[in-house]
Write a protein that binds this ligand. Structure first.
Ligand SMILES: Nc1ncnc2c1ncn2[C@@H]1O[C@H](COP(=O)(O)OP(=O)(O)O)[C@@H](O)[C@H]1O
Ligand SMILES: [Mg+2]
Length: 97
Protein backbone atom coordinates (compact mmCIF):
# COMPACT_ATOMS: atom_id res chain seq x y z
CA UNK A 1 0.00 0.00 0.00
CA UNK A 2 2.00 2.91 -1.31
CA UNK A 3 0.72 5.87 0.64
CA UNK A 4 -0.38 3.75 3.58
CA UNK A 5 -3.61 2.08 4.54
CA UNK A 6 -5.07 -0.62 6.68
CA UNK A 7 -4.46 -4.35 6.31
CA UNK A 8 -7.01 -6.66 7.89
CA UNK A 9 -6.43 -10.39 8.04
CA UNK A 10 -9.33 -12.61 8.98
CA UNK A 11 -10.24 -16.27 8.84
CA UNK A 12 -13.51 -18.08 8.52
CA UNK A 13 -14.94 -21.53 7.99
CA UNK A 14 -16.98 -21.89 4.84
CA UNK A 15 -19.31 -24.60 6.20
CA UNK A 16 -21.23 -25.55 3.04
CA UNK A 17 -17.95 -26.30 1.27
CA UNK A 18 -16.03 -27.28 4.41
CA UNK A 19 -13.08 -25.09 3.56
CA UNK A 20 -10.99 -22.70 5.58
CA UNK A 21 -10.71 -19.20 4.12
CA UNK A 22 -8.10 -16.60 4.96
CA UNK A 23 -8.85 -13.06 3.78
CA UNK A 24 -6.20 -10.38 3.34
CA UNK A 25 -8.01 -7.10 2.88
CA UNK A 26 -6.25 -3.81 2.29
CA UNK A 27 -7.27 -0.23 1.70
CA UNK A 28 -4.46 0.41 -0.77
CA UNK A 29 -4.58 1.74 -4.33
CA UNK A 30 -6.14 -1.35 -5.86
CA UNK A 31 -5.05 -3.10 -9.04
CA UNK A 32 -5.61 -1.48 -12.43
CA UNK A 33 -7.82 -3.37 -14.88
CA UNK A 34 -4.96 -3.89 -17.34
CA UNK A 35 -2.83 -5.66 -14.69
CA UNK A 36 -5.52 -7.96 -13.29
CA UNK A 37 -4.80 -10.89 -15.62
CA UNK A 38 -1.07 -10.77 -14.97
CA UNK A 39 -0.53 -10.40 -11.24
CA UNK A 40 0.03 -14.13 -10.64
CA UNK A 41 2.58 -14.41 -13.47
CA UNK A 42 6.17 -15.01 -12.35
CA UNK A 43 8.21 -11.78 -12.41
CA UNK A 44 5.23 -9.54 -13.13
CA UNK A 45 5.71 -6.40 -11.09
CA UNK A 46 4.73 -2.75 -11.20
CA UNK A 47 7.57 -1.81 -8.86
CA UNK A 48 10.62 0.13 -9.99
CA UNK A 49 13.64 -1.90 -11.13
CA UNK A 50 15.49 -3.13 -8.02
CA UNK A 51 12.47 -2.67 -5.74
CA UNK A 52 10.93 -6.08 -6.05
CA UNK A 53 11.04 -9.29 -8.00
CA UNK A 54 7.42 -9.96 -8.81
CA UNK A 55 7.58 -13.43 -7.28
CA UNK A 56 5.34 -12.94 -4.25
CA UNK A 57 2.01 -13.80 -5.79
CA UNK A 58 3.27 -16.46 -8.17
CA UNK A 59 4.92 -18.29 -5.26
CA UNK A 60 1.71 -17.97 -3.20
CA UNK A 61 -0.31 -19.27 -6.15
CA UNK A 62 1.98 -22.30 -6.47
CA UNK A 63 1.93 -23.11 -2.75
CA UNK A 64 -1.81 -22.74 -2.43
CA UNK A 65 -2.52 -24.75 -5.60
CA UNK A 66 -0.23 -27.57 -4.46
CA UNK A 67 -2.33 -27.91 -1.33
CA UNK A 68 -5.65 -28.20 -3.18
CA UNK A 69 -6.34 -24.56 -2.45
CA UNK A 70 -7.50 -21.58 -4.44
CA UNK A 71 -6.44 -17.98 -4.33
CA UNK A 72 -8.79 -15.32 -5.66
CA UNK A 73 -9.00 -11.55 -5.38
CA UNK A 74 -11.32 -8.63 -5.66
CA UNK A 75 -9.99 -5.15 -6.20
CA UNK A 76 -11.27 -1.60 -6.52
CA UNK A 77 -9.13 1.31 -7.67
CA UNK A 78 -9.51 4.88 -6.51
CA UNK A 79 -10.83 5.83 -9.98
CA UNK A 80 -13.52 3.14 -9.70
CA UNK A 81 -14.69 4.02 -6.20
CA UNK A 82 -12.81 6.40 -3.94
CA UNK A 83 -14.65 5.30 -0.78
CA UNK A 84 -14.11 1.58 -1.27
CA UNK A 85 -10.68 1.32 -2.85
CA UNK A 86 -8.44 -1.61 -1.99
CA UNK A 87 -7.88 -5.28 -2.62
CA UNK A 88 -8.92 -8.48 -0.90
CA UNK A 89 -7.08 -11.72 -1.56
CA UNK A 90 -8.82 -14.87 -0.36
CA UNK A 91 -7.01 -18.14 0.19
CA UNK A 92 -9.34 -21.12 0.39
CA UNK A 93 -8.07 -24.46 1.63
CA UNK A 94 -9.76 -27.79 2.30
CA UNK A 95 -10.19 -28.65 5.98
CA UNK A 96 -7.75 -31.36 7.04
CA UNK A 97 -9.54 -34.58 7.97
N1 LIG B 1 -2.56 -5.82 -2.48
C1 LIG B 1 -2.19 -5.29 -3.66
N2 LIG B 1 -2.60 -4.04 -4.00
C2 LIG B 1 -2.25 -3.51 -5.19
N3 LIG B 1 -1.49 -4.14 -6.11
C3 LIG B 1 -1.05 -5.37 -5.82
C4 LIG B 1 -1.38 -6.01 -4.59
N4 LIG B 1 -0.81 -7.24 -4.59
C5 LIG B 1 -0.17 -7.36 -5.76
N5 LIG B 1 -0.31 -6.24 -6.51
C6 LIG B 1 0.20 -6.02 -7.88
O1 LIG B 1 0.69 -7.26 -8.38
C7 LIG B 1 2.07 -7.15 -8.70
C8 LIG B 1 2.76 -8.48 -8.42
O2 LIG B 1 2.77 -8.72 -7.02
P1 LIG B 1 3.90 -9.62 -6.38
O3 LIG B 1 3.89 -10.96 -7.08
O4 LIG B 1 3.71 -9.63 -4.89
O5 LIG B 1 5.26 -8.92 -6.77
P2 LIG B 1 5.97 -7.59 -6.22
O6 LIG B 1 5.38 -7.29 -4.87
O7 LIG B 1 7.43 -7.96 -6.14
O8 LIG B 1 5.71 -6.55 -7.26
C9 LIG B 1 2.56 -5.97 -7.89
O9 LIG B 1 3.69 -5.38 -8.47
C10 LIG B 1 1.35 -5.04 -7.91
O10 LIG B 1 1.27 -4.33 -9.12
MG1 LIG C 1 4.55 -8.46 -3.36
Amino acid sequence: MRGGGLLTISTRHNSPENRVEVLFKDTGHGIKTEYRNEIFDPFFTTREVGEGGGLGLSVCYGLVSKNDGEITFETVTEEEDRENKGSTFTVSLPVAP
